[in-house]
Design a binder for this molecule. Structure first.
Ligand SMILES: O=C(O)CCC(=O)C(=O)O
Ligand SMILES: [Fe+2]
Length: 358
């Protein structure tokens, strides 16, 4: 069966669940310099770390048109036998985990070593956009989808530039410190398209399917038509205590869910928020089978992450040692894989110290 994000048979959030209330930003208007859209982006970036981006304008139809074909590719890929998928084991074929397959259960979801409930497949932005000379071993199905993937990534790179411009204006950054200068579209980076398949789980188990985490990148564009994504709330709409601090982010057709990641948070000493999120079962309904994909934009390979000079960026305390994105990837994956269990700074690495990684 083909994946069709408009299919009415897809699960929805139970009616009594109050979803997170996020800013809704119109991309076409943001591009045109709309003050109200810039204001909403500032609010989202300084407070929530998550927002909805409206892609329904005629100028973004081409991008939106690649969403279902990408979900179809994802289904095709995960339908391969374990034997074939394991030939592309991400931990064997890619040192920085930018290309290949991760089977279900390889990552931890808590400090007791419980294991995740999803398969994922990383596709390297350098390979798809033909930047640099890294080898790009891939399945025939990926080769055949090259046109879709190229349009998807090129379009999202362009959207990211619009967001970086607006955030750099907000921060009042000097030209050489502007976020665009760290994310040049024609320079190599460790950006990836991550395809995800969550396995169905019967009602009852409460463990998340993916560990509470902040994203290892600068900006993430998320696409899924099935609920399950949750944000640890500073976001309006979520209750203030206990389990209920997790608010579901309802899928919104025609929109992408965008979140800020570790890199921009580190570059602004936490002024730009990288929100903790996870994927969990639906209340009273267990976990439905769920496909999603995320494009994680990361800084260029030569960028060093350290706080930038801005009136909004505090130069005091809380900042981390300067680090390259490659070193951050290595450090974070050690925690994620459970290689380096129970270190004192695990929660810092996984969730920016939000104590959500328990
Ligand atoms: O599947 C989702 O909705 C979220 C995936 C995610 O958080 C990630 O890939 O970093
Ligand atoms: Fe994430």
């Amino acid at each position: 069966m083909l994946v069709d994000s408009s299919a009415s048979s897809l699960p929805t959030l139970p009616a009594d669940v109050q979803p997170a209330v996020l800013q809704e930003i119109n991309l076409a208007e943001l591009r045109n310099g709309s003050a109200s859209e810039q204001q909403k982006l500032s609010q989202a970036a300084l407070n929530d770390g998550f927002f909805y981006l409206d892609l329904r304008h005629p100028t973004t139809q081409l991008l939106l048109g690649q969403v279902d074909p990408t979900l179809q590719l994802s289904k095709l890929i995960f339908d391969h036998s374990a034997e074939i998928k394991n030939l592309f084991d991400v931990d064997k074929i890619s040192s920085l985990k930018t290309n290949g397959y991760k089977p279900k259960g390889r990552n931890i979801v808590n400090k007791d070593d419980a294991r995740d409930g999803f398969e994922s497949w990383a596709l390297p932005r350098n390979g798809i956009l033909k930047i640099g000379a890294d080898p790009f071993p891939r399945l025939p199905a990926v080769k055949e989808a090259q046109n879709t993937l190229h349009i998807l990534l090129e379009s999202l790179e362009d959207v990211a530039q619009t967001i970086f411009r607006s955030l750099s204006d907000l921060l009042g950054l000097a030209p050489e410190h502007r976020l665009e200068a760290f994310h040049e579209p024609d320079k190599p980076s460790t950006s990836i398209l991550r395809l995800l398949k969550y396995h169905a789980r019967a009602q009852g188990a409460s463990d998340p399917l993916i560990v509470p985490h902040t994203d290892l990148g600068s900006l993430t564009f998320l696409f899924s038509s099935t609920p399950g994504l949750q944000v640890l709330s500073t976001v309006a709409g979520a209750a203030p205590s206990g389990e209920e601090e997790w608010a579901y982010i309802a899928p919104k057709p025609g929109y992408t869910v965008v979140n800020l990641g570790d890199c921009v948070s580190m570059m602004t000493n936490g002024a730009l928020k990288s929100a903790v999120h996870r994927v969990g079962p639906l209340p009273g309904a267990g976990m439905p089978e769920r496909y999603s994909f995320a494009y994680l934009i990361r800084p260029n390979d030569d960028a060093v992450l350290r706080p930038l000079g801005s009136p909004l960026v505090s130069s005091r305390g809380g900042g981390m040692e300067p680090i390259t994105c490659a070193d951050w990837i290595t450090k974070k994956y050690k925690v994620l894989r459970g290689d380096d269990r129970m270190r004192r700074d695990d929660d810092q690495v996984m969730t920016g110290g939000r104590k959500a990684f328990v």
